[in-house]
Design a protein around this ligand. Structure first.
Ligand SMILES: [Zn+2]
Length: 217
């Protein structure tokens, strides 16, 4: 992939494995893996102008507004010499349109949007199996990474707990928000003819093979 610098947009619900798959893919292909959640945390930590603004919202428990996320992505587009795998953006139709505008203005081409799919029930199953150690913060998953002894931390023997965020009813609410916001983004890329889907059932290795296939095409 030479010439014009490319962007691949990675879409999918929480818990589908975007981070794991995206990082591996980007590393193997020498692309920049840009997860907007990480970039936001980094901006806050480094106290950049955007980070300082974002922190004010986060401290009030508010969502960081679209326009700040737009700016964070714009900085990536301005500074990256590598092609970019975008994870966590665009989340809304408005952001998808802003991304188009920025890409055009700054000389990038959005090559494809990859939607990683998994049923809501499967996601609830996966995420609600997550447990953390309240003492040393180790993270487990009763299905994919269980502790040696039933719900007891391997490291410090504390009793593991389930975070509120990982309760099935909370996950279902997050999924409802995801579907409502992302459906228009998915339709937008589909109507442009650049949407491709990757079924995310199976092992991480199986999913990665599918991801490789669609990104080679
Ligand atoms: Zn522990």
């Amino acid at each position: 992939m030479s010439g014009q610098r490319g962007i691949i947009v990675l879409l999918g619900p929480p818990g589908v494995g975007k981070g794991t798959q995206g990082q591996r893919w980007a590393e193997e292909n020498e692309w920049l893996y840009a997860a907007t959640g990480d970039l936001l945390r980094e901006a806050v930590q480094k106290q950049t102008p955007i980070g300082i603004q974002a922190k004010a919202y986060m401290e009030k428990g508010l969502l960081v507004p679209d326009e700040l996320m737009d700016k964070i992505v714009e900085e990536v587009l301005l500074n990256s010499k590598q092609s970019i795998l975008l994870d966590g953006y665009p989340r809304t139709l408005a952001q998808a349109q802003v991304l188009d505008e920025m890409a055009q203005r700054l000389g990038w081409k959005i090559q494809i949007a990859v939607l990683m799919t998994l049923s809501d029930d499967e996601i609830v199953d996966r995420l609600s199996a997550r447990r953390i150690c309240p003492n040393c913060k180790a993270i487990y998953n009763l299905k994919s990474k269980p502790p040696r002894n039933d719900e007891i931390c391997d490291e410090c023997s504390a009793k593991l707990i389930q975070r509120d965020d990982d309760r099935p009813e909370v996950i279902r609410k997050r999924l409802a928000v995801y579907h409502e916001q992302t459906a228009p983004v998915v339709n937008y890329y589909r109507s442009k003819g650049i949407l491709t889907e990757v079924c995310s059932l199976g092992t991480p290795e199986e999913v990665y093979e599918r991801l490789k296939k669609v990104t080679l095409a």
